[in-house]
Ligand binder design. Structure first.
Ligand code: NAD
Length: 458
C-alpha cells in the first residue's frame, strides 16, 4: 500500500510540475465538471448519504448537495479575480518600484475528510484547492463507505484524474499518505487525529489546516422569541444529522428561572418535528455506526446522568437510532459535560444570571461555534467581544456556515486555518511577495565604504 500511495504522490507531483493545473482554463473546466457531476448525480449522492447515515433527502440537499454546488459556482465566478496579483503601495525605501502580492498554488495537497457530512466536507476543500491551481488527493472517510466509494467512482469520470485523485481507506491508508511529503494537508475530524496529522506534517514542514470540533454552547436569555429560538436550536441540533455535526449545539446555558419554560417549549417543538415516537421518524438521521451508538448511549447510562433526563432517552440499537434527549443540570464532572457529544443529547446548564454564561464558556476550551439567543443588545455586544470561538451567531444556529463571505474554521482546540468562499482559495495558495525595480533611484549611502559623509545621515 505504501508503494501505491507513493506512486500516487509522485504522479501528482509530476502533473503539478508540468504546469497543467495552473491555467485558469484548466481550473474552470474542473469546477464546471464538478457542477455537472453534482447535477447529474444528485440522486446517487443522496442515496449514498442515506446509506451511510439514513440522512433525510431534504437534509442531504440543503446541507450538502446545494452548498457544494453553490461553492463551485462561487469559486467559478470569483476565481479569475482571486488569481490576479494584488498591487500594494510602494515603500519610499525601495523607490522606484512596484509591489504586488501574487497568489500561487502550493503544489500537491492532501485532503482528509470526515464521515458526518461526507460529501460536502470532501468536495468543499477540493473546490478551493482546484481553484487555487493545485494537484489534489482526496481521502474520504471510511466511516461513510457509500459516499467514499461514490467519490472514487465519480471523480475520475468528471475531472482530470491525472491531477485530482481519490485514495480510499482508513487508518493504514491515511498513515501511508501522511508519510509522504505534501505541500498542504487539510484535515477535518477529531482533535486526537488532528495531533497525529500535525505531527506527521511537521516532519516535512508541511502547513496544515485542521478543521476540528469541540463543545458548541448556546446561551438562551429570557429576552427572546422563545418559539422561534427553540425551533432554530432544534433544527440546528437534531435537524443536522441528529446532532452529529461539528457546529451543532452541544449544550445550552440558561437561567434557573427560565429553564422550565425553555424545556416545555423544546418538548412541544420536538413533538411537532418528530412525532410522539421519534425513533420511528424518517426525518432523523441514525447514528453512523455501532461504535458511535455505544459511545453516545454510554454517556446517558451513568446513573448521575440518567436521572437528569427530562425528555427523550430512548435508544434502538437495531436501527442505530437515539431519540432527541434533553437533560438539565448534569454534574459537570461527567463525560457528557466534558467531552464533545456529537449526537442527539442536549444538556442544559443553569446559572443564576445570564451574564455568568460567558465566564462558563471561557472556562473551557475554545469552541468551533458559539451561539446566543437574546434581544438584549448589551448582552449581544458582551458575547461578541468576550467569547473566543471559531465563529459565532446571534439568534440562530449553524447558519454562519452558509455565508461564503465568512471564514469557517476553529481557534485553539477547535482547529487552525479557515475556508469557504475565497478563504478556501487562500487556504491553498501561497501569497508571494513580488517587488520589481528598474535601474534608477541609486542611493549611494547604501553601498560601502561607509564613509563619514555617508554616516552623517545616521
Ligand atoms: P473520522 O472518523 O471520519 O476521521 C476523520 C479522518 O481521519 C478520516 O478520513 C479517517 O480515515 C482519518 N483517521 C482516523 N483515525 C486516524 C489515524 N489514527 N491516523 C490517521 N488518520 C486517521 O471522523 P471523526 O474524527 O469521528 O469526525 C468527528 C469529529 O470531527 C468531531 O470532533 C467533529 O466536531 C469534527 N468535525 C469538524 C468539522 C469542521 O469543519 N471543523 C466538520 C466535521 C467534523
Amino acid at each position: 500500500m505504501a508503494e501505491e500511495v507513493e506512486r500516487v504522490a509522485q504522479e501528482l507531483r509530476g502533473c503539478f510540475r508540468s504546469g497543467r493545473t495552473r491555467p485558469a482554463e484548466w481550473r474552470a473546466a474542473q469546477l464546471k465538471a464538478l457542477v455537472r457531476m453534482i447535477e447529474d448525480k444528485e440522486n446517487d449522492i443522496s442515496d449514498a448519504l442515506h446509506a451511510d447515515l439514513a440522512k433525510p433527502r431534504m437534509e442531504s440537499y440543503l446541507h450538502e448537495i446545494s452548498l457544494a454546488k453553490g461553492a463551485c459556482i462561487f469559486a467559478l465566478k470569483g476565481m479569475k479575480n482571486w488569481m490576479k496579483p494584488e498591487k500594494v503601495p510602494a515603500a519610499i525605501t525601495t523607490f522606484p518600484s512596484t509591489a504586488t502580492i501574487v497568489p500561487e498554488p502550493l503544489g500537491v495537497v492532501l485532503i482528509i475528510s470526515a464521515w458526518n457530512y461526507p460529501f460536502l466536507l470532501s468536495i468543499d476543500p477540493v473546490i478551493g484547492a482546484i481553484a487555487a491551481g493545485n494537484a489534489v488527493v482526496l481521502k474520504p472517510s471510511e466511516i461513510a463507505p457509500a459516499t467514499s466509494s461514490l467519490f472514487a467512482k465519480l471523480l475520475p469520470e468528471y475531472v482530470d484524474s491525472s491531477c485530482i485523485k481519490v485514495v480510499e481507506g482508513g487508518v493504514d491508508e491515511t498513515t501511508a499518505l501522511l508519510a509522504q511529503k505534501w505541500d498542504k494537508i487539510f484535515y477535518t475530524g477529531n482533535g486526537h487525529v488532528g495531533r497525529i496529522v500535525m505531527a506527521a506534517a511537521a516532519k516535512h514542514l508541511t502547513p496544515v489546516a485542521l478543521e476540528l470540533g469541540g463543545k458548541c454552547p448556546v446561551i438562551v436569555d429570557s429576552n427572546v422569541d422563545l418559539h422561534v429560538a427553540v425551533k432554530r436550536i432544534a433544527v440546528g441540533k437534531w435537524g443536522c444529522n441528529n446532532g452529529q455535526a461539528c457546529i451543532a449545539p452541544d449544550y445550552i446555558i440558561t437561567t434557573k428561572t427560565f429553564v422550565t419554560e425553555l424545556v416545555d417549549s423544546l418538548k412541544r417543538v420536538l413533538e411537532r418535528f418528530y412525532g410522539e415516537d421519534p425513533l420511528q421518524s424518517a426525518d432523523l438521521s441514525r447514528i453512523v455506526n455501532s461504535k458511535h451508538f455505544h459511545r453516545i448511549a454510554k454517556l446517558i447510562e451513568d446513573k448521575k446522568v440518567a436521572e437528569k433526563i427530562v425528555l427523550g432517552g430512548q435508544t434502538d440499537e437495531k436501527q442505530l437510532k437515539i431519540a432527541p434527549t434533553v437533560l438539565v443540570d448534569v454534574p459537570h464532572d461527567t463525560a457528557l459535560m466534558t467531552e464533545e457529544i456529537f449526537g442527539p443529547l442536549l444538556p442544559i446548564v443553569t446559572v443564576d444570571k445570564i451574564e455568568e454564561s460567558i465566564e462558563h464558556i471561557n472556562a473551557g476550551t475554545k469552541p468551533l461555534a458559539a451561539y446566543l439567543f437574546s434581544r438584549n443588545k448589551k448582552l449581544q455586544q458582551e458575547f461578541i467581544a468576550n467569547v473566543s470561538s471559531g465563529g459565532m451567531l446571534v439568534n440562530d444556529v449553524a447558519l454562519h456556515l452558509a455565508n461564503p463571505h465568512l471564514p469557517f474554521g476553529g481557534v485553539g482546540d477547535s482547529g487552525t486555518g479557515s475556508y469557504h468562499g475565497k478563504f478556501t482559495f487562500d487556504c491553498f495558495s501561497h501569497k508571494k511577495a513580488v517587488l520589481v525595480r528598474g535601474f534608477g533611484g541609486e542611493a549611494n549611502a547604501r553601498y560601502p565604504p561607509y564613509t563619514p559623509e555617508k554616516q552623517r545621515i545616521l
